[in-house]
Ligand binder design. Sequence first.
Ligand SMILES: [Ca+2]
Length: 293
Amino acid sequence: MNRIRVSDVRGAPKFTLIVLYDKSSVLLRRTSKNETANFVKHLLIILIGLVSVSHQMAYSQPVLASTNLASIDLTSDQMEDIHYFVHVANEVLPWSVGTQLIPLNGVTFLRVGGFDPFFEKNTVLDSSTPVYSNSDGGNLVPFTLYLARRSQETGMWTFQDGGLKAGAGNRTEAFFGIRLTIEGAVHHGWLRFTRPDARPETLFTVAGHDWNPVPNAPIQVGWPPEVPVETEVLPNGTGIRLTWPTGASHWVLESARSLTPPVVWEPYSSSGGSYADVPPEDATRFFRLRRSE
Ligand SMILES: [Ca+2]
């Protein structure tokens, strides 16, 4: 047995096909010109077919089994706050593949209205924002759902939208609002998910989240929280005191001498957990609070 090695046909992605043939039968150099041309033409058609199939397969495999796609730890305390789960029902065709968001300890999903958990960017979340509720009273958010069928003849998968009423639909970006209870205090926050296209089988991935460390304070969907910093003049010309909420006591106060790029932010020594005294010689500095990860 010998081998013919072919690569890089008609600009297709590089691949190698190995054809096995018997020395006693068709060898290219022993065949007539027409026969050779036909053989090569046939070979090219097979090759192009293979490339086409391999591209389809690369993009169109359904999720094979139920699993947790991501665990979100909003509070950076190594305790998971939300699970992004995919549930696969694959006993019969079509398979049903659905993603959902599962709130864990202290997290409650919010809603825009009715059964709609999808918020628009810039929406303000506060204590008046209603809680999301399943028809059975639960707080588990259905996200996407698709059906997957496999052709008996070609082995190819095809997909269609699963008809989830309050699902992501044609979105490629999705925001969810949450209420988070930490040590008895209620905070507002949001999650952002994105996906590269809106095909029903294309899953979202976690693209960001934030929450307000100030209890009961609002947050705008898609934006960091506004943390108020108060200033107080210290006696005898010793400077000013910057004070921020105790909920943000683990945030880091940073300072820069100029806001002209490139801006160099450096940690500024805090006098306590949530305040810092700034002496007159630092009066021209710029300050910011940054969440410590
Ligand atoms: Ca956590």
